[in-house]
Design a binder for this molecule. Structure first.
Ligand SMILES: Cc1cc2nc3c(=O)[nH]c(=O)nc-3n(C[C@H](O)[C@H](O)[C@H](O)COP(=O)(O)OP(=O)(O)OC[C@H]3O[C@@H](n4cnc5c(N)ncnc54)[C@H](O)[C@@H]3O)c2cc1C
Length: 303
């Protein structure tokens, strides 16, 4: 079902499919095996303006909204979930600024993110605060015109690769979730370093890393929205980025089906292609033509 996609979004899907064929498929296995961040692919996506698609036009984006991002994430995931995660996590990191940033914060950070020259990451999770996001312990203490951050974030996608981090920290721990606030922290800020990089079982072309804050001083103007709104900023950020995660799941499933169809058209048993057997045919005759993997010949019953 794609009849409701605009021509622009259809063009984005075609572009992502081309990039996947030409640039991603040749290197995806190596990147995954070597647990390597796909800098070269991020440059291709940047040169293709794919980091601009969800960012409003006044901040040098293309203003095509969440649907465009979902379609891009789906098509890239079809080729490599790790690369797609490295790409899509930028929107997650940018979302607190997009949704709640001041005009000044948007003008400072969004054009760089739109160009793909700087990447973004979102830091909520901590070693003892996963599903229970309200249990975070990273502290942000106001000190004159600054906030001073101390604590550790864990499993942060694009950690160590991003230039812009949106971080949720406690400004008033007594108030629980209502005492959290959201901040922008730039790579290279004194007191901000990177810890362990995870050696994951999959999506290894995506960096997942610890962020460590030790007396990290940031300007007070890097507070997003108001003190005490950090939990709400985080939840709205997740609400807006979850459709992209679902789109990634669809893309990964589609990629698996593509591979299975190719295999079924090549594998022979009892002197025949196995896609000539009824049990295998059950999953394939109804697939629209556009989903047929490149190079796959029509199945025998289609003629
Ligand atoms: C590859 C990867 C990338 C990530 N990227 C980021 C990122 O960029 N930024 C970020 O902030 N975080 C990131 N995370 C962290 C992710 O958001 C957390 O993994 C998630 O919040 C779950 O937390 P947890 O893993 O600690 O699981 P836990 O909270 O320990 O949960 C473990 C299990 O218990 C279940 N459970 C927990 N609470 C309940 C309950 N109340 N009722 C029923 N069941 C429950 C869960 O469903 C789960 O099955 C990433 C994680 C991974 C694996």
């Amino acid at each position: 079902m794609d009849y409701f996609l605009s021509d622009d979004v259809k063009a984005i899907r075609e572009l992502c499919a081309e990039i996947a064929e030409k640039h991603i498929k040749p290197v995806r296995e190596e990147l995954d095996r070597e647990n390597r961040f796909p800098h070269e692919i991020m440059n291709v996506l940047a040169d293709s303006d794919l980091f601009r698609i969800y960012i409003p036009e006044e901040y040098e984006g293309l203003g095509l909204g969440s649907m465009s991002l979902c379609v891009a994430a789906e098509e890239l995931s079809r080729a490599c979930a790790g690369i797609a995660t490295s790409y899509a996590a930028n929107a997650l990191g940018a979302m607190p600024i997009l949704l709640f940033g001041t005009d000044g914060q948007k003008r400072k950070y969004l054009p760089g993110l739109a160009s793909g020259k700087s990447l973004a990451a979102f830091g909520l999770t901590e070693p003892d605060a996963g599903s229970d996001a309200g249990g975070i312990r990273t502290r942000a203490v106001r000190d004159g015109d600054s906030y001073v951050l101390n604590g550790t974030k864990q499993w942060i996608t694009n950690g160590g690769e991003a230039k812009v981090y949106t971080i949720i920290a406690m400004t008033d721990p007594e108030r629980g979730a209502r005492g959290a606030s959201a901040f922008i922290v730039e790579d290279g800020t004194p007191g901000f370093t990177y810890g362990k990089k995870e050696d994951k079982m999959g999506i290894r072309a995506s960096a997942t890393r610890e962020l460590v804050f030790e007396d990290c001083r940031i300007p007070a103007e890097n507070l997003i929205a108001r003190e005490g709104t950090g939990f709400m900023v985080a939840m709205k950020t997740l609400d807006n980025s979850r459709p992209g995660v679902a789109a990634q799941a669809v893309g990964i499933a589609q990629g698996a089906l593509d591979a299975a169809l190719v295999y079924a058209s090549q594998r022979k048993q009892f002197g025949q292609r196995i896609d000539s057997f009824q049990g295998i045919q059950l999953c394939s005759p109804t697939w629209p033509r556009r989903w047929r993997p490149p190079g796959l010949s029509p199945t025998p019953w289609r003629g």
